[in-house]
Structures are given as structure tokens and as C-alpha cells.
Design a protein around this ligand. Structure first.
Ligand code: ADP
Length: 633
């Protein structure tokens, strides 16, 4: 097929435009990205060659090669990895917008992020970073193992189109040839390249060699110097996780983290250990500092990279880590698994289970230690990752208590932005208290004002304030150290025994009133009863035991989910003067329009207290206005 000119997909064009026109600093990361791609291509070829040895094509050693040509202004990065045919090149470099592309475009438009080209890697658009330093990029590639030597030449100047053409290529793999921009020529300099590779790519497992020209004594005439081309290896190639901990600097650890995670901030914590015994493996795991933007997306890739005896098997192995620890990044290198291990084999593999158990325990232990010894740092971790971690309470029965120990809670006993643990809570429980009380709310500020807390505050009971969407699902049926969680919004509450007796007396007194109100509000509420949880507010709405939490219900509705209509219970405060007033009106003239209006207003108030709009706001406002006029002096 002769030369074809094709158009980039829209999102790719947007990225190219941003790369060319908006990213100015840290341009050197383009080399890290291209070397990373070359290394991935070799990993793939090596892995596939385990079952298809013909891919080795004679077995030349794996290698990434850099050639800078100052005369031609080109920088070439070559690998002898998996390679691409024409269709793959069209798909991978012109058509497929990688999963994070949209988010990338949105993020980079935000001016603050403009100067952070590290983001490029995070969003999986590494190849295009070449256009930061090159005005033209050519890629010549051919798939490993092809017998006809047919490959593809891909070329673009990032102006909306690219071309592809059939070519013959002798060796397998890919050459990426950058035509360097006039003002970026420093990237052709040997020392500059050396510096960049040492900084960003030292641990790459395959040799990264540079072709250098050296003056040497002539073999024929020792007084003469001649120029000879030599290959020099630039990276130490040491698999960092197999090195002795004492030898590894924080900088080494951090650079490796950035390589595997595509994150641009340093990790918060490093876990590096070797397990021996039933299973032999090395784990190098990282706790990031920031919650990845896509952690709640379906496309989010879970799990550390899996290596078997230094050979990379896959870059994300979800079988090695529980989903609630999916923020952990890293590498696990096993000595026990077979090299040709497949995805299916991983799913029911005893060795894999042993690794997963060990890694889970290690991470939870590390977090616990961090909480004890470095609390401030732990609070920062918890703010970012707490809502992911606590999913484990719901999903991992065997660890629900360990995870409970790690969760921090806002509470009525501490001020805003301070936290309590469940052990703190249990230690300070009131005599005879059986439950761990909690309130769900959309924010701390909203929660702390809730009338549902009144009797708890008055009687000195602590209530935890939960503000994550999933909290009610997780804690609704949770038991920590034999104490059940109980929502203060659900069911009947009676903390104060003497008050409880008082309430019983009032039940008889207000029986008629409550039944009358119930009849009037039959379409809105399920029941009307006296409250054991109010001290200052006249009334509130509560849910029945087992019923969906109202905060949760509102959230689901806001998300557009169909939620079955559930009627709530209206609780009336027996000690509030309004109840007495209503009772007098009821006894005097329960059929009057005025009394009917008051009952309606009672319900509207309960809605307002919850932060919900009254059913008929204008009628409610009018009723208040009338009241004000009538009571004015
Ligand atoms: P990412 O590496 O994050 O997938 P890139 O934009 O860097 O994104 O690369 C896009 C795709 O192009 C890669 O996923 C890979 O399929 C292909 N590719 C890039 N460089 C090479 C290479 N040197 N050899 C083989 N394939 C490559």
C-alpha cells in the first residue's frame, strides 16, 4: 500500500495541540516516556516469546538504543521489542484516545496544571510528549516474529494529520525518530541525554545504550587518533525491588514510583519487604499521597505489577490485592509462580492467595503503625483514602475489625476537622450504653446541627458524624468489638430513663392529638409518635429500623436512581410548648381551618429542619406571614 494520509481523532488533536502549545517546563520527560514505551514493548515481546519462541528471531539481547545525530538534528530511540504493524500503529497512535484523555484535556486547560508535563504520563498519552521537543516525529516499526519483514512507517508534524506507509524493516521492534526543534537542540547533547536517563530511567531493567563517538589511538599508528563509535550503557538496570534496602535512596524509590504509577508527586509511604516460607516473593509497594482522579472509574487499573523471577508478567495484577486497597501501587516479584502463568491460572491459585493475604496484612499493619506513630501524616492519608479503605469493612469479613481500627470519625465530642477512633468511642461510652451511635449527613456542618442529636448531646452520649456517600451501607450493619452501630435517625431512641417514664405519661395525654395529626398527614407520613430524641426542636422525621437512610435516599435520587418511596415517621417533642398548644387547640376546636393549617406547618417544619424544601413553599410562607401579622404588637 502506498502512502496514506489520515486524520487524528479529535481528542488526540486536542492533546497534540496542548502538548505543542502549552507545555513549557520539564520538557525532558519526553525521553522517559519514549524509553518507557520501548521497555514495555520489550517486556511484551519477552513474555509472549515464552510461548512463541519464534518471536525471538534468533535471540538478540533485549536492548533500547539512543542515537543522537547532530548533523541531521535527529534523536532516535530504538527497541527490539514487540513492534507494530500498520493497523496497530493507526489504532494506537491515531485513533484510540486512552481512557484518561478527556480528563487530561480538562485538567490541562486548568491554568495551574499547564506547567506540569508529568501529567502526560499519568493520563497515558506518553508518546505524544515527543512533540514538545520535535517538530516532526517518524516511527518505523515491525512486529516481532513476522516472516515477511513488512512494517510501517508512521509520520506526523502534529498538525491534524499523520501518514502511514508500508516499509521493509530488517530487525523487529520500533525506531522512533524525532526531528528536534531548533530551540531544543540541547537534547542532542550526549551529557544531557545521560543526565536525563540517569534521573528518570536508571532502574529500567533492559540496557539503555547510547551510541557515542570516542577518539582512540589508532591500532595501526599509535601516534594517531581515530574516531570510533561505541555503545555505552547508561542505566544501572538494577531491579530496584531486589536490591538491598540499605543501598536504596529515597530518590531511587521515588523515581521508580513515578515510573510505575505515572504519578508526579512523591509517594506518602514505601513498603519494601521480602517474604520467605510458604511463599517466596519480594514486594515493593507504595502508598500514594493523592487519591488518583480515576479511582472510582470502571477503567481504573487495580493491583501491583506482577513479576516472576524478574520477568514482568503483567503490569496490573488485581488478584494480588483486595479492591479496597486499590490505591496501592508497586511490584510483586514471585519465585514460586511458573513463568507462563496465565490470567485464568491466577484466579484460583494458592500461591496468589498466600501473597494477597500477606500483602493485605502488611499494608494494614503499616497503616496502623502510621496511625500510632505519625498521626498527622495518617490524618492526611485518611482524608484522601479513608473512603476507599472503609469499603473493606463491607467486603472483607475477615479484616472488618482491623479496618475499623483504622477509620477516623468526625464526632459530636470533638471540633470540626478533629477525629475520633472507634476505640476512643468505646473507651468513653456511658455506663450501660450498648450501641455506637452515628448520624449520616451531607456535611459535618449540616450534621452537627441536626435535631436528631439533641438528646444525645443533653445526655452526654457521643455520636459519630458520617459524611461519605457509602457510610450508611457500610456501617448500618457493622459491629465493632461486639458493639453494634445504630443510626440516630432510625427507630425509637430513649436514652434517659426518667424522661422515658415522663414520655409514657404524655403518651396517654396526647393520644388523640397524635392520631388526629396522623390522619391528616396520611399521605406523607407513616406514623406520628412522641419523640425520645428531641429537647429543643418541636419535631423531626425519623426512619424505621431497617429502612433506607434519608440522607442516602436523597443522594441516590440526586444521582438519578429510582428509589422506592418510603414514608417516614413524624416525631413530636412531648416537652415542647408547641405540642401543648396544639393539644389545647385540638381539644377546643379540632375541626377549625386554623388547626388544620398548624398541623400542616408542623410537618413542613420537620422537612425544613432536615434541609428539605417544604412541600408547598409559598403556602408555608403565607402561613408564617399570617401568623406574624396576628401576633404583631
Ligand atoms: P501508553 O504507553 O500509556 O499506552 P502512549 O501514547 O505512550 O500511551 O502509547 C500508545 C501505544 O502505542 C502504546 O500503548 C503501545 O501500544 C504503542 N507503542 C508506543 N510506543 C511503542 C513501541 N516503542 N513499541 C511498540 N508499541 C508502542
Amino acid at each position: 500500500m502506498s502512502l496514506q494520509s489520515l486524520e487524528f481523532k479529535t481528542e488526540i488533536n486536542q492533546i497534540l495541540d496542548l502538548v505543542v502549545n502549552s507545555l513549557y517546563s520539564h520538557k525532558e520527560v519526553f525521553l522517559r516516556e519514549l524509553v518507557s514505551n520501548a521497555s514495555d514493548a520489550i517486556d511484551k515481546a519477552r513474555y509472549e516469546s515464552l510461548t512463541k519462541p519464534e518471536l525471538l528471531e534468533g535471540g538478540e539481547a533485549w536492548k533500547i538504543k539512543i542515537v543522537a545525530n547532530k548533523e541531521a538534528n535527529t534523536l532516535t530511540i530504538s527497541d527490539n521489542g514487540i513492534g507494530m504493524d500498520m493497523q496497530t500503529a493507526i489504532n494506537e497512535l491515531g485513533t484510540i484516545a486512552h481512557s484518561g484523555t478527556k480528563e487530561f484535556v480538562a485538567a490541562i486547560k486548568n491554568r495551574e496544571l499547564k506547567d506540569n508535563p508529568e501529567l502526560i504520563g499519568q493520563f497515558g498519552v506518553g508518546f505524544y510528549s515527543a512533540f514538545m521537543v520535535a517538530d516532526k516525529v517518524m516511527l518505523i516499526s515491525r512486529p516481532a516474529g513476522s516472516t515477511d519483514k513488512k512494517g510501517v512507517k508512521w509520520e506526523s508534524s502534529a498538525k491534524g494529520t499523520y501518514t502511514v506507509e508500508d516499509v521493509e524493516k530488517e530487525t523487529k521492534g520500533t525506531d522512533v525518530i524525532l526531528h528536534i526543534k531548533d530551540d531544543e537542540k540541547k537534547f542532542l547533547d550526549e551529557w544531557e541525554i545521560r543526565k536525563i536517563i540517569e534521573k528518570y530511567s536508571d532502574y529500567i531493567e533492559h540496557p539503555i545504550v547510547m551510541e557515542v563517538e570516542r577518539e582512540k589511538e589508532s591500532q595501526i599508528d599509535k601516534s594517531q587518533k581515530v574516531k570510533v563509535k561505541e555503545e555505552e550503557t547508561l542505566n544501572s538496570q538494577k531491579a530496584i525491588w531486589l536490591r538491598d534496602k540499605a543501598e536504596i535512596t529515597d530518590e531511587d524509590y521515588n523515581q521508580f514510583y513515578k515510573h510505575i504509577s505515572h504519578d508526579f508527586t512523591d509517594p506518602a509511604k514505601i513498603i519494601h519487604y521480602k517474604a520467605e516460607g510458604t511463599s517466596e516473593f519480594t514486594a515493593l509497594l507504595y502508598l500514594p499521597s493523592k487519591l488518583p482522579f480515576d479511582i472510582f472509574f470502571k477503567e481504573y487499573k487495580i493491583g501491583p505489577a506482577l513479576y516472576v523471577k524478574r520477568v514482568q508478567i503483567m503490569d496490573h495484577c488485581e488478584e494480588l490485592i483486595p479492591v479496597y486497597l486499590r490505591f496501592i501501587k508497586g511490584v510483586i516479584d514471585s519465585s514460586d509462580l511458573p513463568l507462563n502463568v496465565s490470567r485464568e491460572m491466577l484466579q484460583n491459585n494458592r500461591q496468589v492467595d498466600v501473597i494477597k493475604k500477606s500483602v493485605t496484612k502488611k499494608i494494614l499493619d503499616t497503616l496502623l503503625e502510621m496511625k500510632k506513630n505519625d498521626y498527622e501524616k495518617y490524618v492526611i492519608f485518611h482524608k484522601e483514602f479513608g473512603k476507599v479503605l472503609k469499603e473493606g469493612i463491607h467486603f472483607d469479613f475477615s479484616k472488618r475489625e482491623n479496618i475499623g481500627e483504622l477509620i477516623l470519625f468526625a464526632s459530636t465530642m470533638v471540633e470540626k476537622d478533629k477525629y475520633r477512633t472507634l476505640d476512643d468511642y468505646i473507651k468513653d461510652m456511658r455506663d450501660g450504653q450498648e450501641h455506637i451511635y452515628y448520624l449520616t449527613a451531607t456535611s459535618y456542618d449540616e450534621g452537627i446541627k441536626s435535631p436528631h442529636l439533641e438528646t444525645f448531646k443533653k445526655n452526654g452520649y457521643e455520636v459519630l458524624i458520617l459524611t461519605d456517600e457509602i457510610d450508611d451501607v457500610i456501617f448500618g450493619a457493622y459491629q465493632y468489638k461486639e458493639k453494634m452501630f445504630k443510626s440516630v435517625i432510625r427507630g425509637d431512641i430513649s436514652l434517659d430513663k426518667t424522661e422515658e417514664k415522663e414520655k409514657q405519661k404524655s403518651v396517654e395525654k396526647y393520644k388523640g392529638l397524635l392520631e388526629f395529626i396522623k390522619l391528616q398527614l396520611i399521605d406523607d407520613v407513616k406514623d406520628v409518635r412522641l419523640s425520645g430524641r428531641l429537647t429543643d426542636s418541636p419535631c423531626c422525621l425519623v426512619a424505621e429500623e431497617g429502612q433506607i437512610d434519608p440522607a442516602m435516599e436523597r443522594m441516590l435520587k440526586a444521582m438519578g436512581q429510582a428509589v422506592p418511596e418510603t414514608k417516614r415517621i413524624l416525631e413530636v417533642n412531648p416537652n415542647h410548648p408547641l405540642t401543648e398548644t396544639l393539644n389545647i387547640m385540638y381539644e377546643k376546636d379540632k375541626k377549625s381551618k386554623k388547626f388544620e393549617n398548624y398541623v400542616a406547618m408542623l410537618y413542613e417544619q420537620a422537612l425544613l429542619i432536615e434541609g428539605v424544601k417544604p412541600k408547598d413553599p409559598s403556602a408555608f410562607a403565607k402561613a408564617i406571614a399570617d401568623l406574624m401579622v396576628n401576633s404583631s404588637f
